[in-house]
Design a protein around this ligand. Structure first.
Ligand code: ZN
Length: 460
């Protein structure tokens, strides 16, 4: 088994992966807040953690991937109010859109997708444990976490307390943050407000949970504490993940996660793609324009920890790379990869080994891709046949569909190709060229191979 190393935000080091239970790895990644269609920035963690799961499975681990859905949140109440709709209806609609949009990536679903609204019992139990231990206090129907009661607070984001703003609007006189003992404290439970259309019963009165406690409860109820990898976008390190970590440490006396993994942001025209910004690249629009394989390829073209620039050029480059692999698959043909001799096999397979080694070294997808292209180059140069060894790499990247046989052209297109072949045989190249253009207008390319003309679908 390869040693797998991943960057841990808490220690700032690239650490060997040491699962809590040997051979098994639990991953919790923060999913979307369902108040609008998701954009490419939300798709990045979905893709990173789905592919990490595939890689770890390839390495022989048993993986449980949990990606939650935040369906109770200020943003949902605000968006629903603006549209004059019930918040539960908006959240249900956007959850369905999120599932459909991410399904279309072709990477399968996480093993568990808990909803905050269905984890209420565990959330209330967790808050009760914090209140009982003196780490939280009820005030005016709210419950707050007492940040100064946790000596390790700040150990994930490495911020000083005076640089921390919980973003709960305490400086805004219109918001009643005055229930807090200390402005650094954050809400675990919020008393019901008249302009919110859902509320749940609790020992502190009717209300609803804060965002951070939802994740602590969802993660623990499925994976238990000291889960192996907690992930999400780097914009979540503070306050969301710092607060999740504090809640679990204070209530359970153990760390929530053994390793914290954060992906960089997608940068739109050089600026961070903020969740609330308008004019953002929606995932379903990009999928329609470029196809799922190009979108996945774009997202793995940079190292997951680095910011990734978003542009049409970058997506077009990804599309070209996808076509390059598809072409290689056609050349290789289906079946077991056969090499002429042992030296040839060793030479080509060294790129395959380096592909997996790159993924083991902090999930370096651009380096892995470079080795995959070298594998293709070497195999093409030596006339290797059979795509199975390439397929092994593409499965881990979620791109094995590139090797699926081309669909058969419709009858009308095949008849045009037949006419073109007859025109060529009669040396009537003018007619043959016209027929080629008509076939292209129908979305097909005629290629004259050794075994006669072939019809290849033009790329999306
Ligand atoms: Zn979360």
């Amino acid at each position: 088994m390869r040693e797998i190393r991943l960057h841990d935000t808490r220690t700032g080091e690239v650490l060997p992966l040491r699962p809590r239970d040997p051979g098994r790895i639990g991953i919790y990644a923060c999913g979307p807040t369902v108040y609008s269609r998701i954009h490419i920035g939300n798709a990045r963690p979905f893709v990173v953690f789905s592919l990490l799961k595939r890689f770890l499975e390839h390495e022989g681990y048993d993986i449980t991937l949990v990606v939650n859905i935040t369906d109770i949140n200020d943003k949902i109440y605000d968006a629903a109010r603006a549209q004059g709709r019930p918040s539960t209806e908006l959240a249900a609609e956007m959850t369905a859109h999120y599932r459909a949009d991410t399904d279309a990536l072709g990477l399968g679903r996480p093993d568990h997708e808990p909803l905050a609204s269905q984890t209420m019992e565990a959330i209330i139990e967790h808050i009760s444990a914090l209140v009982f231990a003196g780490h939280a206090y009820a005030a005016g129907g709210d419950v707050y976490f007492r940040v100064r009661s946790d000596p390790a607070y700040g150990s994930l984001s490495h911020r000083r307390l005076d640089e921390m703003d919980q973003g709960e609007g305490d400086s805004d006189p219109a918001h009643p943050g005055e229930h807090k003992e200390d402005p650094h404290d954050f809400a675990l439970w919020k008393a019901h407000k008249p302009d919110e259309d859902t509320a749940w019963d609790s020992p502190w009165g009717r209300g609803r949970p804060g965002w951070h406690i939802e994740c602590s409860a969802m993660a623990e109820s499925i994976l238990g504490v000291e889960l192996d990898i907690h992930g999400g976008g780097s914009d979540l390190v503070f306050p969301h993940h710092e607060n999740e970590a504090a809640q679990t440490r204070a209530a359970r006396g153990r760390e929530l996660a053994r390793l914290w993994m954060h992906n960089g942001m997608i940068q739109l025209t050089g600026e961070k793609m903020a969740k609330s910004a308008g004019n953002i690249a929606l995932l379903h629009e990009l999928l329609a324009r470029y196809g799922a394989q190009a979108v996945v390829m774009y997202l793995i073209s940079g190292h997951y920890r680095q910011p990734l620039a978003f542009s049409d050029v970058a997506l077009e480059r990804a599309q070209a790379n996808v076509n390059h692999i598809r072409e290689a698959g056609r050349r290789l043909g289906a079946g077991v990869t056969s090499y002429r001799d042992h030296d040839e096999k060793r030479h080509i397979q060294s790129f395959r080994d380096r592909f997996f080694d790159a993924l083991a070294a902090d999930f370096n997808t651009p380096s892995a891709l470079a080795n995959l292209y070298e594998w293709i180059r070497g195999a093409g140069h030596l006339g290797v046949k059979g795509h199975n060894d390439l397929r092994e790499m593409l499965i881990v990247l979620g791109l094995a569909s590139l090797l699926e046989p081309d669909k058969q052209a419709p009858l009308g297109v095949r008849e045009l190709a037949e006419l073109r072949d007859q025109a060529r045989a009669a040396r009537d190249f003018k007619t043959a060229d016209k027929l080629r253009e008509r076939i292209a207008a129908l979305g097909w390319e005629v290629r004259d191979g050794i075994d006669g003309p072939e019809l290849i679908p033009l790329s999306q």
